[in-house]
Write a protein that binds this ligand. Structure first.
Ligand code: GDP
Length: 389
């Protein structure tokens, strides 16, 4: 697939930057346009791969932002984007839309910019283009507290209703307890970039001899066509370099593959589904699913792919499971990516909503008594003193 990618806010920009890094390191060609949008000037200076002329500061003249971010206030984030909508629109002037199949907006939902400005950007893209607009959103960890949960629960409603599909990443599930939050983020961003780029770049080869069973971007788009919230599973297995080649010689060509190749592929796909998903969910609640097998083509055993596909049909309880190859001749590993589209049973989203409702009630209760408590604090017990002026 060919994408125009937009990172909104700090996390959204960092994730996009890691996607570009992974693309460059693995010789993929997914993001034809990359743009960062942020309200904080300092954060916009940080990316390594997003070109400087593709970074847009919004809100520098906004009363509550002035180029310093929005302080985690999702309503200010949305207001800044609405105020600077012309500037956002102009940033797409040089996007050759006929060069891309879809647009992808990445954001962290727990803050103010990604969660508030993100949906405004998506609205605008949906108005400007006929191509699908996908969301890639990070859900805050429970450890972050009530405010990020409230931002995320509200923003999730806007994202999911506005995008064509929302691919979620749950920080709670991916946090390693022995790391600082920043170290943890670096690793999480790499894990997410590996999954999303391997999935969406599948079949996007520059070589002319496209393999027969190569994944096509229309298969990926069809799977995402359900709308709703989606999750990605991934597993990889290192190759020793010789094994695939030997098989190829033994079989003449490895169209059918041998039994052990087939079993390996099925095992890899099972591992992808049963390992940590970007958003933990009940696999059987998926509406559609898709398997991408990425690596040197001599390792693709058709029987293995087919039996993995049948297995996933059972697991996901859907007849809509597509599978395709992503030949990467020079890859040193065989990877399976599984997209579970429109998963409806995800306990983490319920937890965030519960945490958000608690936070909202607490905030309202505090607001109601705030003036009274301040008056009580500064007034003496018998109200004998007067203010100066
Ligand atoms: P914004 O700039 O106002 O959108 O706020 P941030 O992007 O800094 O943070 C929003 C949320 O994203 C936080 O509440 C975290 O849950 C999450 N977050 C921030 N940075 C990262 C990151 O690098 N990786 C991941 N996975 N999550 C992040």
């Amino acid at each position: 697939m060919k994408l125009a990618t937009i990172g909104v806010g700090n996390a959204g920009t960092k994730i996009l930057d890691r996607m570009l890094e992974f693309e460059e390191e693995t010789g993929r060609n997914l993001c034809r346009h990359a743009l960062a949008i942020n309200t904080a000037r300092t954060d916009l200076a940080k990316p390594d791969y997003i070109p400087e002329n593709r970074r847009v500061l919004i809100g520098d003249t906004h009363q509550e932002s002035k180029g310093h971010g929005v302080g985690g206030d999702v309503d200010v984030g949305a207001d800044v984007a609405q105020t600077d909508i012309e500037e956002i629109r102009r940033a797409f002037d040089d996007v050759e839309i006929h060069d891309v199949d879809a647009l992808l907006v990445s954001a962290g939902l727990g803050g103010g910019t990604g969660s508030g400005a993100g949906p405004v950007v998506i609205d605008e893209l949906q108005k400007m283009y006929d191509e699908p607009v996908y969301g890639l959103g990070v859900l805050p960890g429970e450890y972050e507290g009530g405010r990020p949960a409230l931002n995320a629960a509200r923003s999730l409603q806007s994202f999911v209703t506005k995008v064509d599909n929302f691919i979620a990443f749950d920080n709670d599930a991916w946090r390693a307890r022995d790391q600082t939050i920043e170290e943890g983020y670096d690793e999480m961003n790499q894990e997410l970039a590996t999954r999303i780029v391997t999935l969406l770049a599948a079949g996007e080869q520059d070589e002319t001899d496209i393999a027969e069973n190569a994944m096509d971007s229309s298969d990926i788009m069809r799977t995402l066509d359900t709308g709703g919230v989606s999750s990605i599973g991934y597993a990889a297995s290192a190759l020793d370099g010789q094994e695939g080649l030997l098989n190829k010689f033994r079989n003449g060509e490895n169209v059918e593959g041998d039994a052990s190749d087939a079993a390996k592929i099925k095992g890899l796909v099972r591992r992808a589904v049963n390992s940590r998903l970007t958003l933990p969910c009940e696999v059987s609640s998926a509406d559609r699913a898709l398997i991408v097998l990425s690596g040197p083509p001599e390792h693709f055993a058709r029987k293995g792919v087919e039996s993995a596909r049948q297995w996933l049909e059972q697991e996901a309880d859907t007849v809509e499971v597509l599978a395709g190859d992503d030949p990467r001749q020079n890859a040193t590993q065989l990877a399976a990516v599984v997209l579970l589209s429109n998963v409806t049973d995800t306990p983490r989203i319920d937890e965030i909503q519960d945490q958000a409702v608690d936070a909202q009630n607490k905030i309202q209760a505090q607001e109601e008594v705030r003036d009274e408590e301040i008056a009580e604090l500064i007034t003496d017990d018998d109200d004998e003193l007067d203010p100066v002026v």
